[in-house]
Design a protein around this ligand. Structure first.
Ligand code: SAH
Length: 261
């Protein structure tokens, strides 16, 4: 009983449709990296379609029973099968400074945190492909002016081109999740360096969307920005109207006004 509960917490929904597993694996494109990290391989359904021949696949899985199973199923990968929590794991200890791609049918309860960690390590992660709860995958790909556009869409798209690939129905998992799933790819942009202070930018984006119905002037009040700055018409807007570049422009203005991060 105890283990059943614990497993539920791990977001385990195993894929049982091999065509879909293959289709997800095929979203990986090997141009600027050769190493791949699969997050949450479970019983290895997706793993079998990853390019084993390169010997560059690494698996990270939190569930010790799955780890035993995977080591049996893929003895040649034994050295690369890591038992651990992706969110806490030191990725440099696996890859050093080398680039690597991420792939996975993710545990949905931590999927947004997986994206945040990817953004944090973007210098090493040129490509990312994953299955999310459909609504989350859509949200990440949204453009300004839409209802679902939010923090995750802005931050991910500052550095990556986000593409919604395809929808996956609940019946192809066991146990089936309550919602549809969606596969998403992120391809890092050619020039993904920010032309502004990252800490301030992230803070502005997060603060703005915390009250998405309000204008920026209202949401950013506690920053006590100089009045001559907040007179700018950009402060009349709601955050959902601003693109990543608009947020960068806003951050540059705030930096010029010497606001501390
Ligand atoms: N990829 C498999 C399993 C998907 S279910 C398939 O498609 O069938 C999600 C998997 O992520 C489970 O195996 C679960 O144990 C694992 N998981 C949950 N939290 C994790 C974490 N923090 N780090 C690594 N793996 C995790």
């Amino acid at each position: 009983m105890k283990t059943v509960k614990a497993k539920k917490k791990l977001g385990q929904h195993f894929l049982n449709d091999l065509n879909i597993a293959k289709k997800i694996a095929n979203t990986l494109q090997y141009d600027t990296y050769s190493k791949v990290l699969e997050i949450g391989p479970g019983m290895g359904v997706l793993t079998q379609y990853l390019p084993h021949s390169t010997g560059k696949i690494h698996l990270i899985e939190i569930d010790s029973e799955s780890i035993v199973y995977l080591k049996n199923k893929y003895p040649l990968l034994e050295q690369n099968i890591i038992e651990g929590d992706f969110l806490k794991y030191d990725l440099n200890s696996i890859f050093g400074d080398s680039p690597f791609a991420i792939i996975g049918n993710f545990p949905y309860n931590i999927s947004t945190q997986i994206v945040f960690k990817t953004i944090e390590h973007r210098d090493q992660i040129p490509f990312f492909s994953g299955m999310f709860q459909k609504e989350v995958a859509e949200r990440i790909c949204e453009t300004p002016g839409t209802k679902k556009y939010g923090i995750l869409s802005v931050l991910a798209q500052l550095f990556y081109t986000a593409t919604y690939e395809f929808t996956v129905p609940p019946e192809v998992f066991s146990p089936p999740p309550k919602v549809d799933s969606g596969v998403l790819t992120l391809r890092r942009k050619e020039n993904y360096n920010l032309a502004c202070n990252e800490k301030i930018l992230f803070k502005i984006v997060k603060m703005s969307f915390q009250q998405r119905r309000k204008t920026l002037r209202n949401s950013l009040k506690t920053l006590q920005l100089p009045v001559n700055l907040t007179e700018d018409s950009i402060f009349d807007k709601r955050p959902e109207k601003l693109s990543g570049n608009d947020f960068i422009g806003l951050t540059q203005k705030i930096e010029d006004g010497k606001i501390s991060s």
